[in-house]
Design a protein around this ligand. Structure first.
Ligand code: IZC
Ligand code: ZN
Length: 412
């Protein structure tokens, strides 16, 4: 048994509990001064504060001196599309000339461009590229993430993407939780008959993904010009019957009823929500659905920002994630997401920490083992080049990570 002692922590700041935090509780963090943590077998054995050291600390095999810095739980990125072929930097001039996100998709570009490149990429190419992204995420303080398929839109490539994620979850220090997102766009082959595409996903691809245990969640892009509510409901009902947890991309551009559907169907989270209306907000609150807000996407699209402040006031648990993808958010920097959550959503630093730790952890069904620093939980933590959370929400554009510790192992 080897023990690691992290001592001389200026402030240890963490939400408490294994459930998602909403309303006033979103802003409740525990702050322990002059703290220390003993980690054993990858788990937190004991936390102390007030300059006191945990029992047996003197026998620790390794000691890290945090130098009076801030320590938080490892960040959790609850929404990414990180497996993809190619990039879409060529869209930049189109956008600057006025083409919108959906204009590019309707013209056969956007997601469909990435689909062509992902279908053409080998397993090894995708594996190596995604591994690089995971390394970069860890360096920014992210220790667990969600990742979606959805650039195959047919069985072979969807499964290839999910197998890449499965292998990376096994081989990389990052915890990776997979979501099947076959209903991400209508492929050219089904342009004239999107209902038949949904049938094919429900009858062929989804059961195969389930059988091979390649994803825990299913997600759909419910949006004007993509999937309507009726198609989304049919897809999600099949997913629910097969045992997937549900997620819905809703109200990113237009509120066509996706967030209402998320509430009705008991989705674990609902994504984007830039254009959510009153009915949608009520449905999320009643259904206990986590709002997975993606402020870096709003930034990159030059769009409005989701009404996160109102969501908190209405008792909806709010999470903030990167949405890392080659189209609408080519950044995986969750620290920038935290800055935006503070400045654009007007969330307080404590609320922001909850939004990037325990709330997304619960939205990927890992609330019992990650997302807070408590005895018995996995020892995923970040030592920051900052003295408090305010500093983390205030400095932007730099990487403020000093050290990342994942399952008790010193990583970066
Ligand atoms: O590749 O454009 N919004 N899906 C829904 C995306 C963004 C990813 C992409
Ligand atoms: Zn997304």
């Amino acid at each position: 048994m080897t023990a690691l002692l992290v001592k001389n922590i200026g402030i240890l700041q963490t939400p408490v509990g294994s459930f998602s935090h909403k309303g006033k509780a979103q802003g409740e963090n525990q702050k322990r001064k002059d703290a220390a943590i003993v980690i054993e077998n990858g788990l937190i054995r004991e936390i102390t504060d007030g300059g006191k050291l945990p029992q047996g600390a003197e026998n620790a095999d390794r000691v890290i001196d945090a130098g009076g810095r801030l320590v938080t739980p490892g960040l959790v990125d609850g929404h990414t599309h990180m497996v993809f072929g190619g990039y879409r930097q060529h869209e930049i001039p189109m956008k600057l000339k006025g083409a919108g996100y959906l204009d590019i998709l309707r013209a056969g570009g956007g997601i469909l461009d990435t689909v062509r490149k992902t279908r053409a990429a080998s397993f090894e190419e995708l594996y190596t590229k995604t591994r690089g992204f995971l390394d970069e995420m860890l360096s920014f303080g992210v220790t667990a993430c969600e990742a979606k398929s959805g650039y195959g839109l047919e069985a072979e490539t969807e499964i290839k993407m999910l197998q890449v994620l499965k292998k990376l979850n096994e081989e990389h220090p990052m915890d990776v939780v997979s979501t099947f997102m076959g209903a991400h766009a209508i492929p050219d082959e089904y342009k004239e008959d999107p209902d038949a595409f949904i049938d094919m996903l429900c009858e062929d691809v989804m059961p195969a993904v389930r059988e091979q245990n390649l994803a825990e969640f299913a997600d759909v892009f419910t949006e004007d010009s993509v999937f309507n509510c009726e198609q989304s409901r049919r897809y999600l009902e099949r997913a629910k019957a097969l045992g997937f947890g549900l997620k819905i991309h809703a109200d990113e551009i237009e509120a066509i009823g996706g967030s209402v559907l998320a509430g009705e169907m008991g989705a674990v989270s609902c994504e984007h929500l830039i254009s959510i209306d009153e009915k949608g907000l009520e449905a999320l609150a009643e259904g206990g659905v986590t709002a997975m807000c993606l402020p870096a996407t709003s930034f990159y699209l030059g769009a409005d920002f989701a009404p996160a402040r109102k969501m908190i006031e209405m008792g909806i648990p709010v999470a903030a994630a990167s949405d890392f993808n080659p189209g609408s958010c080519p950044s995986l920097n969750l620290q920038f997401v935290m800055n935006l959550a503070c400045i654009k959503y007007r969330m307080l630093p404590e609320e922001v920490l909850t939004a990037v730790t325990i709330n997304p952890a619960c939205a990927i069904d890992r609330g019992d083992c990650i997302g807070t620093l408590e005895e018995g939980k996995q020892a995923d933590l970040v030592i920051w080049n900052a003295e408090d959370m305010e500093m983390l929400c205030y400095r932007f554009g730099s990487n403020l990570v000093k050290q990342v510790i994942k399952k008790g192992e010193y990583i970066a």
